[in-house]
Ligand binder design. Sequence first.
Ligand SMILES: [Zn+2]
Length: 221
Amino acid sequence: MNFEQYLLLINSVKEYNSYQEKDVLLSLMKNPEISIEKISEKLGLSYLIKDYNIKGNSLLPFMFKARQNTIGDEISAITTCTKCSHQRPFSIKIDDMFFKDPDNISMKYTENIIGFLNYDDIDEDLSFSEYDLFEEEIKNNSKFIFDNSVENVCPRCGNIDKDIIDYSSIISKFSLESIYNQYLDLLEFGHMNLLDINTIPSYEREIYSRLIEERNNKESS
Ligand SMILES: [Zn+2]
């Protein structure tokens, strides 16, 4: 897959619903070692594995894209300095990580090509056109490498830590408990049934349950 094909495929990713969000969080709670392939399947991305043979961390940008479509671009987390224990919140923009600024990707992509191009092994008689073909072949078959870590510089001691953005934070900005609370609000006060709530995405669930909470607060005051 080349970079253009990759971008096209990225843009085909759809949002996921409340059932899928809850399902992934539950699975992660039961088994924190669950594979990225399994999570992707639960998010409706199994076609990437079956039809495009995308596996492992190569599924990460697609997972991030699904989250971007469903919940938004920004992920907030807390980092703790491993040197001085200073804690602070930080946030990352998914666009900066994978899409708008492809420098990160291009760099690794180039490294990959250079890795493949072991000049000693190339036939010295390779003509320019053959060389172009060879390079094209490598480009099309090289893999994009991704990771879900962010470099954080400690403002207190300057230490640099690599924080992994875990799967739960990618998939949801809520804990399971607060999702169940939102479900309860919608069941009890929103007059929705379980099936309805399961099919709406996270942001709708959040809006409904916030409105209900505001109304309940007004009535009780
Ligand atoms: Zn520090």
